[in-house]
Design a binder for this molecule. Structure first.
Ligand code: F3S
Length: 390
C-alpha cells in the first residue's frame, strides 16, 4: 500500500497511518468497524482543505462504513439559515468530494443515532470529540480522537494504528469522581461535564453517585466533559458498560451542587437580549425534537430572535412524519440539519446565544457571542420572548 500499488489515496493514507503509528509506538494496525470523519465545514477547511479532499477523491474509496460530521450549512435549506451562495457553492464541492469517496453524507455528530453504532469492544476510528467520548464510554467501543485526515486514512485502508485508547492498558480510570448533586434539567449534565472536565484535567474519570441517566443526558455530558478537559473516556458506575470491571482509583475528587453553580457561572455571560437560540448540541434526538415541538405549540418566536433546531436529516425526517416539524416551523423555528452553531460561518452575525449545551457555549464564545445555558424550557422561553429570564 505504501508503494502505491493500490493508488494515490491509499498510499497517502498509509503514509499518515505509519507516521502516527511510529510517533505513538504502535506495534501493528488493527481493523476498524467504522469511521466518522470531522473537518467537513468549508468554514474550517478553506480552499486548501477542499483541494486536499479533491486529490484523495480521484481514486480514494472507503473500505468500511464511513459517516460525516456536521457541515457548515444545512445542505437543503442553507438560504433560510442566511448562508451566502458563495459559501454554499464551496460547501457543496466539499460534500461532492466526500460522496465520490463512498462516504455517507450523514453530516451529524450523533452517528450512533443514525446507524453508525459500534458494539462493545469494537475498534473504530472516529473524530468528533463528543461522539468519540460516547463511543468509548457509553457504547464501550474503542477509538482515539482522530483528526479529519487520520480518520479518512483509516477509512481508505480499513485499519488504524493500534495505540492509545485501543489498548487495555490505556483505558484504566485514573481519578475517582464522587458526585453528590441533584440533576433537574438537561443542562445540568453539561454543567457536570464542565465541572469534571476542569477538575479531572486530561484524566479518565471513574464517576460514582449517579443514580440514573438517559441517552440525551449522556450525550450532553459526553460533549461537555471532553470539551472542558478530560480524556474522551469515562466510566459511570451502574450506568456505563465495563465500569464494574475497573478498579476505583484512590485519588478522589467530589463534585457537589456548588460545583454545578460554579459551572453555570463560568458558562453564562451577563446578557439579557437573546438573538439566537440553538438547541441540538450534540444534534437533537427525536425525543428532544418532540419536547421542543410540545413547548412551541401555539407560540411564536420573537421578532429579532432566531430559533435553530440542530439535528441530523434522519431525525428531521422522523419529525416531518410525526408533525413536529410543522409545529416548530409554524412557530417560526428553523431546522438546522447537517450543521451546527460551531461549524456554520456565524462569527459576528449574532451577538448572543441561548442553548442547552455547555459545549455549544464554549464554541459560540469563539464566534464572539455572549452565552446563556439552560433547560429546553428556558431556551424556548428565550426564543419566544427574545430575553433570558433568569
Ligand atoms: Fe455537534 Fe456541533 Fe455540538 S458538532 S457536539 S452540535 S458543537
Amino acid at each position: 500500500m505504501l508503494d502505491g500499488k493500490e493508488g494515490y489515496a491509499v498510499r497517502k493514507s498509509m503514509e499518515i497511518l505509519s507516521a502516527l503509528g511510529e510517533i505513538f509506538g504502535a506495534k501493528s494496525l488493527i481493523d476498524v468497524g467504522s469511521v466518522q470523519v470531522a473537518g467537513v465545514s468549508y468554514h474550517n477547511l478553506g480552499d486548501a482543505g477542499l483541494e486536499f479532499l479533491n486529490e484523495l477523491a480521484v481514486d480514494g474509496r472507503v473500505k468500511v462504513l464511513t459517516t460525516l460530521n456536521p457541515a457548515g450549512m444545512d445542505l437543503e435549506n442553507w438560504e433560510q439559515l442566511g448562508i451566502s451562495p458563495e459559501f454554499a457553492e464551496k460547501q457543496n464541492l466539499v460534500i461532492e468530494a466526500f460522496q465520490r469517496m463512498g462516504i455517507l453524507v450523514s453530516c451529524t455528530c450523533t452517528p450512533y443515532l443514525i446507524g453508525n453504532l459500534p458494539l462493545y469492544g469494537e475498534h473504530v476510528a472516529w473524530s468528533e470529540s463528543s461522539a468519540v467520548t460516547f463511543a468509548n464510554s457509553v457504547l464501550g467501543a474503542r477509538t482515539n480522537r482522530e483528526g479529519g485526515p487520520s480518520a479518512l486514512a483509516a477509512a481508505f485502508v480499513g485499519k488504524t494504528p493500534n495505540y492509545g485508547l485501543h489498548l487495555d492498558e490505556n483505558r484504566s480510570p485514573d481519578i475517582h469522581v464522587k458526585v453528590d448533586a441533584e440533576f433537574t434539567k438537561l443542562s445540568d449534565w453539561g454543567a457536570l461535564g464542565y465541572a469534571i472536565g476542569r477538575k479531572a484535567e486530561n484524566k479518565i474519570p471513574y464517576i460514582t453517585g449517579i443514580k440514573t441517566a438517559h441517552l440525551d443526558m449522556l450525550k450532553s455530558f459526553c460533549a461537555s466533559v471532553v470539551t472542558y478537559g478530560s480524556k474522551p473516556l469515562f466510566y459511570m458506575k451502574g450506568i456505563t458498560p465495563g465500569a464494574e470491571l475497573q478498579t476505583q482509583p484512590k485519588d478522589t475528587i467530589t463534585i457537589d451542587q456548588g460545583d454545578l453553580k460554579i459551572a453555570y457561572d463560568g458558562i453564562n455571560d451577563d446578557v439579557n437580549d437573546i438573538e439566537l437560540v440553538c438547541v441540538g448540541c450534540p444534534h437533537c434526538s427525536i425525543k428532544e425534537i418532540s419536547e421542543i415541538a410540545d413547548l412551541l405549540e401555539s407560540k411564536r418566536v420573537a421578532e429579532g430572535t432566531e430559533l435553530w433546531v440542530a439535528t441530523s436529516r434522519t431525525a428531521k425526517q422522523l419529525a416531518d412524519k410525526r408533525g413536529y416539524t410543522a409545529t416548530i416551523e409554524a412557530a417560526g423555528g428553523k431546522f438546522a440539519c447537517d450543521t451546527c452553531m460551531a461549524v456554520a460561518p456565524l462569527k459576528g452575525r449574532f451577538k448572543s446565544l441561548a442553548t442547552t449545551s455547555a459545549k455549544g457555549c464554549f464554541y459560540s464564545r469563539q464566534n464572539l457571542m455572549k452565552t446563556k445555558m439552560g433547560s429546553v424550557e428556558e431556551c424556548i422561553n428565550a426564543a419566544v420572548t427574545g430575553k433570558w429570564n433568569n
